[in-house]
Design a binder for this molecule. Structure first.
Ligand SMILES: Cc1ncc(COP(=O)(O)O)c(C=O)c1O
Length: 383
């Protein structure tokens, strides 16, 4: 008799993500979707034209494994302009199919079974599964106050097995950003302990109110220990393109590329050719913070008369809201009720905690057209 083998389940706790669930509920009910983080306005036609041009010019075969060199050079130039250091395009920059893949590959490069990785909650949903799939253990530390890192708690949780720490600024889902004292604390930590850093900076350009983005690439002591991960999808309003890059010193990039070359090997060539040219249009990324800040401010002003209390958001696509003046439901039940009853889909913050901790908060994505924000706000003000 033929024995059908069991398919192992490496992530038994994982199901359909809340983003898929809430987007499906929004589609089913016709709700305005302020849940999943993606823009609903068009991307630059100039950039999509460049992709079409590259395809017509026959840039349609495999790109080099580490990325189209002119693109890596353009990325190095942008980093130099913004953060004052120029990573070597040949040895330190790898183009990847998105920021999430860059983070996964970085963790896979670093982790051995039994290692521990410090992750702050609420956390972007890929970090913990990425760690577990590698046989390592996430050490979950809650952010405190206005979603800041409790550094003394971090110090208490570091053990001889701690291999890495994951940092995300601007932060999804809360919109908090790293402050200079966080940089000081992180620097002190890595001087004391042999840790690597994964820095998720996919929202690097979406920082508001004149605050500078404190990329770890600005700091020599930090960048020599860090995989810094970025996403063109977030920068150029094309999240469906899934293209990004990782920056790390050569001694970290070399083993990273060994994983990458046997996984996806190389990324979409015409998109890389187009991005290399489009990066010359500096305003397209330099004006992004002001553009998105306007959306944040507009959304906040529209909700002024609502019963939601919006928390501060200094960056990203997101602002969180407390709804205790409206309901005592837990956040997941409230988000479902809000979608079905008032036609606005959001994400409950519990989705960003492994234990589904209910903090009485929901997350709005404001990277939307004015008309979308207005429609959502009309419905939210009626709650
Ligand atoms: C914090 C964070 N990191 C990474 C990503 C994913 O970037 P990409 O779509 O380039 O994989 C997202 C997307 O939502 C995100 O919010």
């Amino acid at each position: 008799m033929t024995v059908i083998p069991e398919v192992p389940d490496k992530l038994p706790f994982a199901g359909t993500t809340i983003f898929t669930t809430m987007s499906a509920l929004a589609a089913e009910t016709g709700a305005v979707n302020l849940g999943q983080g993606f823009p609903d306005f068009p991307m630059s036609a100039a950039l999509s034209d460049l992709v079409a041009d590259a395809m017509r010019a026959q840039y349609n075969q495999y790109a080099p494994m580490a990325g189209w060199l002119p693109l890596r050079e353009a990325i190095a130039t942008k980093i130099e302009l913004l953060y004052g250091c120029r990573p070597d395009p040949v040895t330190d920059i790898t183009v990847t199919p998105g920021g999430t893949y860059a983070i996964y590959t970085a963790l896979t490069t670093l982790l051995q079974p039994g290692d521990e990785v410090i992750v702050f909650e609420p956390a972007y949903d890929s970090y913990v599964p990425n760690i577990i799939v590698n046989g390592a253990r996430p050490v979950l530390i809650p952010l405190t106050g206005e979603f800041r890192i409790p550094w003394s708690e971090v110090e208490r949780q570091v053990t001889s097995r701690t291999r890495a720490i994951v940092i995300n600024s601007p932060h999804n889902p809360t919109g908090s950003v790293l402050h200079p004292d966080d940089i000081e604390a992180l620097t002190a930590l890595i001087h004391k302990h042999p840790l690597f850093i994964i820095s998720d900076e996919v929202y690097e350009h979406l920082v508001f109110d004149g605050i500078p983005h404190l990329s770890l690439l600005r700091y020599p002591a930090l960048r020599e220990r860090a995989f810094v991960c970025f996403s063109f999808g977030k920068t150029y309003h094309c999240t469906g393109w899934k293209i990004g890059y990782a920056v790390a010193p050569e001694k970290m990039t070399t083993p990273f590329r060994k994983i990458h070359q046997y996984n996806c090997f190389s990324c979409h060539t015409p998109v890389q050719v187009a991005l290399a040219q489009y990066l010359e249009t500096r305003d397209a990324y330099l004006q992004l913070g002001a553009f998105m800040q306007q959306k944040r401010d507009y959304f906040i002003s529209l909700l002024q008369s609502s019963r939601f209390d919006l928390l501060p958001s200094s960056g990203s696509y997101f602002v969180c809201a407390r709804y205790n003046k409206i309901s005592e439901l837990d956040d997941a039940a409230f988000a479902t009720w809000l979608t079905r009853r008032h036609g606005v889909a959001t994400i409950p913050l519990s989705a960003f905690y492994q234990q589904k901790t209910d903090s009485g908060l929901i997350r709005f994505c404001f990277a939307k057209k004015e008309s979308t924000l207005e429609k959502a706000a009309r419905q939210l003000c009626a709650v």
